[in-house]
Design a protein around this ligand. Structure first.
Ligand code: C2E
Ligand code: MG
Ligand code: MG
Length: 534
């Protein structure tokens, strides 16, 4: 009697051990060969037990797009009814296990490989590195984390399809570069990782930081430069934990983004800074009270006259004597809901500065500060903002509140209410990072905003193409027709400033003119350069 229980056990323990299972019963059932194949014949498994098998199936069973076929061996045995029944049962058991095996295989492939690029995802990447370092000296390697600069805009300007294709193109460039003893991964979205030999660092950075791609889908043509912002860690002598190293490289990348650099190496100092940034959740209130948050000022310019026409207040955190940029701590405060305290603090500081400045008889330019999306969760936000502005007797045309576009409908309604309340109270608002949010154009139509601030990703590119011109130009035209002011942020070159003037935008903010500076420096600048309000 054949061992049915053992047969099932074998398959249960290892779902693809069909050979072992059939091997166990091949004598009992006079089996010569077993074939499992997909009906489209792309997949084919064959287990041979007798090379002289009889080439007419004893039994063939079809299920779920697969055929399961058993052939008899060359001995003279004739099957009885009972045996045929048993073989039928066995083959059904095999079919069930085979199906599970396929599902499992699919799931693990999905688990380890990124869908569109077919590159390893986080798990797969770490696994591959762990496998690799069994055979190579890990200290010869760097670990990289790459995020594509302003990539969100590609989907927005063109289509998701173009975005996906661009990602695959970039992935393929990295694949081409990769040698056998290196690993590349795609963590999804526009985030890539790489484990590359140190001596190839320069070449790798050169490639990953700048990939040009020309795409066409139907009638949409796109010429893009994919700029990779890179954070990296050198693998040291201490036994590395590759998951931690991945996190560290991502920290370096995050830091690069927040400080607007293209490449940053993780140092001990940076690592410590990041740890204390994470800890800001616990220390924020104390830090604010101790005066460790400062307000920097970045002037806004009239492109044609070169005079100062406005200024933006931007927060800075002084942590252990180091200036931490808001890109690193604002997201943490937004997460834990404390951002409103910072925003009202900056508003108050700004109002107090304006008040003093006016009292001293100085000329003044409209000054703005930022509110976070999260602030709109507070029902009394409007009231608090108005209270602070009144407390310092700030004239309404001296102050502007910058808000960002929302990402969903509900937020949008809340934002509309805020903007309209400010309007009713004569307080100016500006839509920051315009063009990156949920409903850019309807914002212009439906909200009573005074100004839009075109996001830097529209202008901050190496080449500005004709389609950039059309897009930026139509935003500017539309705003003008609706009597809404326009400024462009992130202007870094003379060429970009001239490009804006050509399209009818005469106000700019950006490193080409000035970085955000401490208050005294801004005041000196204002005296030196003057304003159009003189
Ligand atoms: P934002 O409001 O869009 O501010 C402009 C940011 O662009 C500033 O970064 C500024 O330094 C940077 N920037 C200015 N000119 C250029 C340029 O030519 N090129 C490039 N690449 N960047 C330029 P910063 O100060 O690091 O602030 C980053 C963001 O953090 C701000 O973006 C704002 O969204 C947020 N933020 C800053 N302070 C506060 C605050 O007090 N409250 C809230 N809620 N958010 C704040
Ligand atoms: Mg702003
Ligand atoms: Mg902005």
């Amino acid at each position: 009697m054949y061992d049915f229980i053992k047969f099932i056990d074998i398959l249960n323990n290892k779902p693809d051990s069909f050979y072992d299972a059939f091997n166990l019963i091949k004598n009992d059932f006079h089996i010569g060969k077993v074939v499992i194949k997909s009906t489209d014949s792309f997949e084919y498994l064959e287990y041979n037990f007798d090379k002289n098998y009889i080439n007419s199936p004893v039994i063939s069973y079809s299920n779920g797009g697969y055929d399961y076929i058993i052939y008899k061996n060359s001995d003279s045995h004739k099957y009885n009814e009972e045996e045929i029944k048993d073989i039928t049962l066995l083959i059904r058991v095999v079919a069930v296990h085979h199906k599970n095996y396929l599902l499992n295989k699919k799931a693990t492939e999905g688990e380890f490989v990124s869908f569109n690029t077919k590159l390893p995802n986080t798990h797969g990447y770490i696994k591959k590195i762990e496998e690799l370092v069994k055979h190579v000296d890990a200290t010869n390697y760097n670990s990289y984390f790459i995020n594509l600069k302003g990539f969100g805009l590609v989907n927005k300007l063109y289509s998701n399809e173009i975005g996906d294709k661009a990602i695959v193109y970039y992935a393929n460039k990295l694949k081409e570069f990769k040698e056998d003893d290196e690993v590349i991964g795609h963590l999804g979205g526009d985030n890539f990782v790489a484990f590359i030999k140190k001596h190839r660092h320069d070449d790798f950075v050169k490639l990953a930081s700048n990939v040009s791609v020309n795409l066409q889908i139907n009638n949409t043509k796109a010429s893009l430069t994919l700029v990779g912002v890179i954070g990296f860690t050198e693998i040291g002598d201490t036994t590395p934990n590759y998951r931690e190293i991945l996190t560290n490289s991502s920290i370096a990348c995050q830091y690069a983004r927040a400080t607007k650099k293209l490449i940053v190496k993780l140092t001990q100092e940076l690592y410590e800074m990041v740890i204390s940034i994470k800890n800001i959740e616990n220390t924020f209130k104390d830090e604010l009270q101790r005066g460790n948050f400062l307000v920097y000022y970045q002037p806004k310019f009239d492109i044609e006259t070169g005079k100062v026409v406005g200024v933006e207040a931007l927060s800075r955190w002084i942590n252990n004597g180091k200036i931490v940029p808001p890109g690193l701590f604002v997201p943490v405060l937004e997460k834990n809901g404390e951002i409103i305290d910072l925003d009202l603090f900056v508003l108050e500081k700004l109002c107090s500065d304006i008040h003093n400045y006016r009292n001293q008889g100085h000329k003044i330019v409209p000054a703005s500060c930022n509110l976070s999306r999260r602030d709109f969760e507070h029902k009394d936000l409007e009231q608090k903002v108005i209270e602070i502005i009144r407390k310092y007797n700030v004239r309404t045309n001296d102050i502007v509140i910058e808000v960002t576009e929302t990402t969903n409908l509900e937020e949008n309604e809340r934002l509309a209410k805020f903007i309209n309340t400010m309007w009713e109270n004569g307080i100016m608002t500006s839509i920051d990072d315009f063009g990156t949010g949920y409903s850019s154009l309807s914002v212009l139509r439906d909200f009573k905003v005074n100004e839009i601030k075109i996001d830097r990703s529209f202008i901050n590119r190496e080449v500005l193409t004709e389609s950039d011109e059309i897009i930026i130009g139509s935003i500017i035209d539309m705003a003008k027709r609706l009597n809404i002011g326009v400024i462009c942020e992130g202007v870094e070159t003379k060429m970009q400033a001239e490009f804006l003037v050509k399209l009818g935008c005469y106000k700019a903010q950006g490193f080409y003119y000035s970085k955000p500076v401490p208050k005294e420096e801004f005041e000196a600048m204002l005296q030196r350069i003057g304003t159009v309000y003189d």
